[in-house]
Write a protein that binds this ligand. Structure first.
Ligand SMILES: C[S@@+](CC[C@H](N)C(=O)[O-])C[C@H]1O[C@@H](n2cnc3c(N)ncnc32)[C@H](O)[C@@H]1O
Length: 243
């Protein structure tokens, strides 16, 4: 009996790993995140239990996984992107380990790299960005964000989960000394046919991105200027660069 924490990839169902897909096809029970591509559930055997985690709090999910792990042979916990990147994967693993239930982590293609890449943004383009800083803008640790060091950091800043608070974050970055003319881009529903990218200067990105649907990822730094330069996007329905 094993509970497999499987990374579903960033949105396109084709971006799950081979191992992840194999496990889905053998699953007795699947607990899935909203962010996982719905098409992946078509791969699950018809008689398997399918449970959405929507509306559940983390302790409930942990308990559910433990109880399913004690009941079924193959349980898949399908998580958006990679299970361990802003995914609370370790919390679920700890709960399983504490209950003596075997687990496995199957890494996934994270939005961190996949979403910018699909939108034409090379996070570490040689000569432009030798370091990447990754933050989330909606977490218990929010107040711990150190805007002075974020503003001073070279390279590329990637912000998860921040569109609603993007204007506020940008103001704090600029107040801490970040150049307001720094290129910035926001990609919504990356790697899906709903992908939408807006790009512009840092000091206008909050306004440009207002109203973009979730999920969305923000990229700030010289490499963000590559957004909207994908001449033949494989996903994007629309890619815009407002002036
Ligand atoms: C709870 S985090 C999960 C991240 C996930 N574990 C990963 O590795 O991609 C959810 C956030 O990831 C980002 N995200 C996930 N999928 C995305 C997509 N297809 N397009 C844009 N952003 C995405 C958004 O910032 C979203 O709010």
């Amino acid at each position: 009996v094993t509970v497999h924490l499987v990374g579903a990839g960033p949105g396109d169902p084709g971006l799950i790993t081979v191992r992840g897909l194999d496990l889905l096809r053998q699953a007795d029970a699947v607990v899935y995140d909203e962010l996982a591509a719905p098409e992946l559930l078509d791969e699950v055997p018809a008689d398997a239990l399918q449970i959405s985690r929507a509306g559940m709090r983390q302790p409930q999910i942990d308990e559910l996984l433990v109880s399913l792990g004690r009941t079924f042979e193959t349980v898949v916990r399908l998580k958006g992107g990679d299970p361990f990147l802003f995914g609370r994967g370790r919390e679920e693993v700890d709960a399983l380990a504490a209950a003596g239930v075997d687990y496995e982590v199957v890494p996934g293609v994270s939005a961190l790299t996949a979403v910018p890449a699909a939108a034409g943004i090379p996070l570490t383009h040689r000569g432009l960005s030798a370091q990447v800083t990754v933050i989330t803008a909606r977490s218990a640790a929010d107040d711990d964000l150190d805007f002075d060091s974020l503003a001073a950091a070279a390279g590329t800043l990637v912000i998860f989960m921040g569109v609603a608070r993007l204007g506020e974050l940008v103001e704090a970055l600029v107040a801490a000394g970040k150049d307001p003319a720094t290129p910035a881009a926001v990609v919504s529903s990356g790697t899906t046919d709903r992908e939408l990218t807006v790009a512009g200067r840092l000091d206008e990105i909050g306004e440009l991105a207002a109203g973009l649907p979730s999920p969305a990822l923000t990229v700030i730094g010289p490499t963000a200027a590559f957004a909207a330069t994908v001449t033949e996007p494989i996903y994007a329905a629309v890619t815009t660069r407002p002036s």
